[in-house]
Design a protein around this ligand. Structure first.
Ligand code: AVJ
Ligand code: FE
Length: 498
């Protein structure tokens, strides 16, 4: 434990002090988001935009007009003080008036109309941006919508829907319409990485009071004491997950919670979503193409119940949300909590797999420059990581600027996911960012990594060998997989493909 009082590093506020730089940054982010939105909606015909590809998702044309409608609501009306442009359509695009399953039967704007509406709103928003002085950059300090924050919120809203629309593309059947380069191979050291890393115990600062664009559920910064624990160095790979399947993991109720087992039976789960067995090979469908499952890639499209069952099979557990955030943000050398695993610098191509550059996670062990102080890699980017925690407010939470973003979802029915996937824009990426979903959901780009408490493992605590190989724990146990003996699944390379 460090003698330094835990606290949060101050986010860089330079661009904020300079309104012109901030205007340029907001304009760039708005334009970048719209390029992605256009790419995801121009590559399919009208029929495919209007069609519902899954009852879990909106028609793409709904996302398109909803993005514009939220931009109009928050920027033109709240900030600019204008009247609604088309009051009759507002209720159609209110996510709380109509569940996703109902949206295709609404009198939605046609694709051309939705695009024209987005264009109309955006033109006025860029005019408004030119006149904005950003005098009120007060963040959560005020109960009103800060004008400045509203711009960042709207950028993040559009890029979040870009991920939603990419999920719809993955569900969609038919000829492929999206293509992207593949990430490079894992660095040479990926195969020598220890399977897990040690995160020291003690207090750290969780959440944020200094991140300018953090949403309400990430606030405020508050101290949390976390017991020492071990965390997988990388997300669990497809190869490791295939071992769980081969070992009968889906058929053994010992590894599943009661709810999980019931769901596994009812839904007939037997492998991650989009996987098929082809002889003794696994294949998966990725954006309309079928390909062999890549063993060293992080597994994606598993629900919380599958992640939780895998962890129990491996003699481990999912990390709590606080453990995940401590591993991702806390620097034991300074006692400071940072923005990203690698520090406070903005993400780039060397640090994390973000921004839909690659339409898949990179092999486990990639992005050594983006590693956390503990040595854990790929905490930000690649796949959303399920945690064991329910979605709830931090102490001192204040809904801001609107209750419907997160407060109405707080409760034990939602589990928190952290880190962000390859589909997340850097504009909405922070190690404080919290996502949530039902434990049965797996159409999202969800993976996980596993953890174990250092305290439970007695002799193993603090004796992590530097050679890079897991030390076998001297403590014996009757359980098939003890807390600190590498299980077959783990040895097979839960983290690294070893
Ligand atoms: C944070 C992904 C759960 O899609 O429901 C988009 C994001 N909120 N529009 C969702 C969101 C309002 C949200 N998630
Ligand atoms: Fe939305």
């Amino acid at each position: 434990m460090t003698a330094v009082q835990p606290r949060e590093t101050q986010a860089e506020q330079e661009t904020i002090a300079d309104p012109q730089a901030l205007r340029e940054q907001v304009a760039r982010d708005l334009i970048g988001a719209r390029q992605r939105t256009s790419l995801l909606t121009d590559c399919v015909d009208s029929d495919e935009l209007i069609r519902q590809h899954s009852p879990l998702m909106s028609p793409l044309v709904w996302d398109l007009a909803h993005i514009a409608n939220q931009e109009e609501l928050w920027l033109l009306r709240e900030v600019g003080g204008r009247e609604s442009l088309h009051p009759e359509i507002d209720p159609l695009y209110d996510a709380f008036e109509h569940p996703r399953s109902e949206r295709p039967s609404l009198p939605l704007l046609a694709p051309g109309e939705a695009r024209a509406y987005g264009h109309e709103v955006r033109g006025r928003v860029l005019d408004l941006l030119d006149r904005t002085t950003f005098s009120d950059f007060t963040f959560a300090a005020t109960p009103q919508v800060g004008d400045t924050f509203a711009f960042g919120m709207v950028v993040q809203h559009e890029v979040q829907h870009d991920e939603t629309m990419l999920i719809t593309h993955q569900i969609r059947s038919g000829a492929p319409v999206l293509a992207a380069p593949r990430p490079g191979p894992a660095p040479a050291d990926a195969f020598r990485l220890p399977g897990e890393v040690f995160v020291p115990g003690g207090p750290f600062t969780m959440g944020t009071s200094t991140e300018p664009w953090a949403l309400d559920n990430e606030r405020p910064a508050h101290p949390v004491d976390v017991a020492p624990f071990y965390l997988d160095t990388t997300p669990v790979t497809c190869g490791a997950f295939a071992e769980f399947i081969a070992d009968g993991g889906y058929g053994d109720p010992r590894w599943w919670t009661a709810d999980g087992w019931e769901h596994r039976q009812r839904a007939g789960l037997s492998a991650p979503l989009y996987w098929s067995r082809n002889g003794d090979q696994w294949t998966r469908r990725v954006f309309g193409r079928t390909e062999p499952v890549v063993p060293e890639e992080p597994v994606v499209h598993v629900c919380w119940y599958e992640a939780d069952a895998y962890a129990r099979w491996a003699g481990r557990r999912l990390p709590t949300e606080a453990e995940w955030e401590k591993a991702a943000r806390f620097d034991p050398a300074t006692g400071l909590t940072r923005r990203y695993p690698w520090g406070n610098a903005e993400p780039d191509a060397e640090l994390a797999n973000l921004g839909q550059e690659f339409l898949r996670p990179a092999p486990a062990g990639s992005y050594p420059a983006g590693a956390a102080p503990s040595g854990a890699r790929q905490l930000v980017g690649d796949v959303w990581e399920w945690t064991s925690s329910d979605f709830g407010p931090y102490p001192g939470f204040v809904a801001w600027p609107y209750r419907e973003y997160s407060e109405v979802f707080f409760g034990p029915e939602y589990k928190v996911l952290r880190g962000g996937s390859f589909a997340v824009s850097p504009a909405a990426s922070r190690a404080t960012f919290r996502n949530w979903d039902y434990p049965i959901r797996r159409q999202i780009f969800s993976g996980f990594r596993t953890a174990r408490s250092a305290a439970e493992s007695g002799l193993c605590a603090g004796t992590w060998p530097t050679s890079g190989r897991r030390r076998r724990c001297a403590r014996s146990s009757s359980s098939r997989r003890t807390a600190c003996t590498p299980s077959p699944g783990r040895r097979a390379g839960s983290g690294t493909g070893r």
